[in-house]
Design a protein around this ligand. Structure first.
Ligand code: HSE
Length: 344
């Protein structure tokens, strides 16, 4: 007999739709291999509408309505039209899946959704970086006080399990520095520009492919990667970083000419995020760097990301995998739910 989890999804854009597709495709596998049955009892999206059914919504129907109508307004369900607050209060879900858009200045509205859910005794899984970069210690305490869990795997490197690698396996090895390519959109743009594409065309493609943020300036200005540096530094290096601590430069000033010059020198432009401890404190930065073809990060292409943990015991440990994408980020939510199940 599978353990049933009822989830409420807030935000039904790329990631929410990717998650719905995975829940439809992987239902049998999740039940047979892991003994869990995930039922989506509510979906709430500010623009696309809200639907709820305590007996579970049909994932394929949700996706069909989005494909055919661009919204959920025509879907026949016992309840509809709830806002996020009502969804959290009334859906009867065990887990809030917070996928609303990322605001790195205030964390809102996601931060309020997460606080409400934790206070109401719901577990939370979020791929939204805002609340994690801005308020994770407070959220972790709220979760502990309410005896529930928070999953944040998708906030760094989408479904590539970079945070669980750090947290579950490497923390005891003494992490001294973390460095890598932490944004899929910019890595995709830089690679496409090497192939001769104009910056704006490459950015439009990254948006179509579901890599870019709702506001892609967060990607190209480096703020998305900076939020990930904050998350990594705070989680694994005992730092208390905020976004203003990150020395941040994006890729928008890199021209086709710069890319050509790098190619002539057998080099690649990469947007590199770094956080490390120093004798005087810490370094934390996001910067475009021209790296030679034999550098370990030179071959990381498209929306792929890579992260190297430098540790006292093991030296460098690198994880490479998708950094963005609908299914790739939707999968991070499945990982969070599996972790909640394992630790409950
Ligand atoms: N916009 C982000 C990226 C999504 O391109 O990496 C994943 O955080």
């Amino acid at each position: 007999m599978s353990k049933k989890y009822k989830i409420a999804i807030i935000g039904f854009g790329n990631v929410g739709q990717g998650l719905a597709k995975l829940l439809s495709d992987k239902q049998t596998l999740l039940s047979e291999k892991f003994g869990i049955d995930i039922s989506t009892v509510a979906v709430c999206d500010f623009l696309k509408g809200s639907v709820a059914d305590p007996d579970g919504l049909d994932h394929n129907e949700l996706l069909r309505h989005i494909e055919e109508h661009g919204n959920l307004n025509k879907m026949q369900t016992p309840f509809s039209g709830w806002d996020a607050e009502e969804t959290i209060a009334k859906s009867g879900a065990d887990i809030l899946i917070e996928l609303a858009y990322t605001d790195l200045k205030t964390g809102e509205p996601a931060l309020s959704h997460v606080k409400q859910a934790l206070s109401n005794g719901m577990h939370v899984s979020m791929t939204n970086k805002g609340p994690v970069a801005l308020a994770f210690p407070e959220l972790r305490k709220l979760a502990a006080d309410n005896n529930v869990q928070i999953g944040i795997e998708g906030t760094v490197m989408s479904g590539t399990p970079s945070l669980s690698l750090g947290n579950d396996m490497l923390l005891a090895a003494g992490i001294t520095k973390i460095q890598g390519i932490l944004n899929g959109t910019t890595n995709y743009i830089l690679c496409e520009m090497e192939k001769g594409l104009e910056y704006q065309v490459a950015l439009d493609q990254a948006t179509d492919l579901g890599y870019a943020e709702a506001d892609p300036s967060g990607d190209v200005d480096g703020h998305d990667a900076a939020a990930k540096v904050v998350i990594l530094g705070n989680l694994f290096m005992g730092l208390d970083l905020t976004l203003s601590d990150i020395d941040c430069t994006g890729i928008s000033a890199i021209t086709s000419k710069d890319i050509e010059n790098a190619t002539l020198e057998n080099k690649h432009w990469k947007l590199i995020g770094t956080v490390g401890k120093t004798e005087s404190g810490f370094i934390a930065s996001v910067k475009p760097e021209m790296i030679s073809k034999n550098h370990p990060l030179a071959s990381i292409s498209g929306a792929t990301n890579a992260l190297t943990y430098s540790t006292e015991i093991l030296g460098d440990v690198t994880i490479i995998g998708p950094g963005a994408g609908r299914l790739e980020t939707g999968y991070a939510v499945i990982e969070d739910i599996l972790a909640i199940h394992k630790n409950s």
